[in-house]
Design a protein around this ligand. Structure first.
Ligand SMILES: Nc1nc2c(c(=O)[nH]1)N[C@H]1C(S)=C(S)[C@@H](COP(=O)(O)O)O[C@H]1N2
Ligand SMILES: [Mo]
Length: 366
């Protein structure tokens, strides 16, 4: 057996039963911050409070010099500057993004990676031009199968140097709501969210929304890159190929009520009528049911849902709780119209992906 350099990380290593979060994981968590859960109060997450996930470093791209190439199995390869994109038809969509690794740090046993708890989520208004129009202009070959998207960021995974790349099937890429966006919440994209241009794939987990986009390549075979074939797979064993992670599973989160204890984040509220609110979303179909439990999932009652804003944006829910003194474990769960139901317990997988087990909020009523 050859020796492996000690800096080569092994994604999806499983932590020992009593192994704590390591300094490497803490460093990732400090770089890739979550959305503070009190920000669930906003329809659109204020800039800076949206979660962040970057595998390598945030690249510095000069918007004036930036080009997007469209090549591969196309009749007319394109090289577009920012102004070329901005004069095309423009669309604004409100979209909730969630990292596929959200919830990973709660899994038992725990896959070692970015240790998200519940907060790798956010909603923004993204403005840009439909990818389908750009692909049509390039003239996609009848033999095309997949479209690959490359970011300008580069690094190593399992010892292999690579650009951040993801592939989508041609059918998915031609959806009219897939956007090449240069604005977030009406302002130019900030560096950490993909400036000057990123891809938005409404309904899909975060990894599909390639930031710092520089290359679109139309392929006549399935894309075989690391982030599709090795990572973002639902699997139990290291040596099985697993299923690809795609759309966001339904989830509801509770906006933590009352005030927190600094370190434990346990909530303290006064007894009486407490209006609980939160958000719920699914990338498969609209959420039509949210249920709340104040007894750790033993009994459930329906919450009221506000009308949906945008098909891929979270929905506000409300629930009136008549709270008597005591200690409670609050839980929320969502269901969507295609019948996907959020489980209370965990569906474990090796990479800790697409975990939508119900959040638990500890509340002391005084
Ligand atoms: N180029 C590039 N795009 C990327 C990533 C990355 O590391 N590089 N991370 C992906 C992942 S895993 C997620 S969850 C989302 C996060 O988007 P945000 O940081 O804007 O919230 O970006 C995706 N796009
Ligand atoms: Mo992610």
């Amino acid at each position: 057996m050859g020796t492996v350099d000690p800096w080569v990380s092994a994604p999806a290593r499983i932590a020992d039963p009593d192994e704590g979060i390591s300094v490497d994981e803490l460093r990732l968590a400090a770089r890739n911050h979550g959305m503070p859960l009190e920000a669930l109060r906003y329809d659109v997450t204020p800039p800076g409070l949206h979660y962040l996930l970057t595998h390598y470093d945030i690249p510095a791209l000069d918007p004036g010099a930036w080009r997007l190439t469209v090549s591969g199995a196309v009749a007319r390869p394109l090289s577009l500057g920012l102004e070329d994109l901005r004069v095309r038809p423009r669309v604004t969509q409100r979209v909730t993004l969630e990292c596929a690794g959200n919830g990973r740090a709660r899994l038992q046993p725990r896959p070692v990676s970015q240790p998200w708890l519940d907060e790798a989520v956010g909603t923004a208004e993204w403005t840009g031009t439909p990818l389908a129009g750009v692909l049509a202009e390039a003239g996609v070959a009848a033999t095309a199968v997949d479209v690959a998207f490359a970011g300008a960021d580069r690094g190593f995974e399992r010892g292999v140097e690579q650009d951040y790349r993801r592939g989508l099937s041609l059918g998915e890429a031609m959806r009219d709501d897939i956007l090449l966006v240069d604005e977030m919440d009406g302002r130019p994209l900030p560096p950490q969210h993909g400036a000057p241009v990123r891809l938005i794939v409404p309904g899909w987990y975060g990894m599909a929304h390639v930031k710092w986009l520089v290359e679109v390549t139309v392929l006549e075979a399935e894309f075989g890159g690391y982030q599709n074939v090795t990572s973002y797979r639902l699997k139990q064993d290291a040596d099985e190929p697993g299923e690809p992670v795609t759309r966001i599973m339904p989830k509801a989160l509770v906006q933590p009520p009352g005030v927190p204890d600094f370190q434990s984040r346990v909530r303290v509220v006064d007894s009486g009528v407490v209006e609980l609110t939160g958000r719920a979303w699914s990338g498969w179909a609209p959420v039509d049911t949210v249920e709340i439990s104040v007894d750790d999932g033993v009994s459930w009652r329906p919450a009221e849902l506000e009308p949906p804003a945008d098909p891929y944006a979270w929905r506000l829910w409300r629930y009136v709780w008549d709270a008597a003194p005591g200690r409670y474990e609050l839980r929320a769960r969502a269901r969507d119209t295609s019948g996907n139901e959020q489980p209370v317990g965990q569906a474990w997988n090796r990479q800790g992906m697409a975990n939508n087990h119900a959040q638990r909020v500890t509340v002391v009523v005084r």
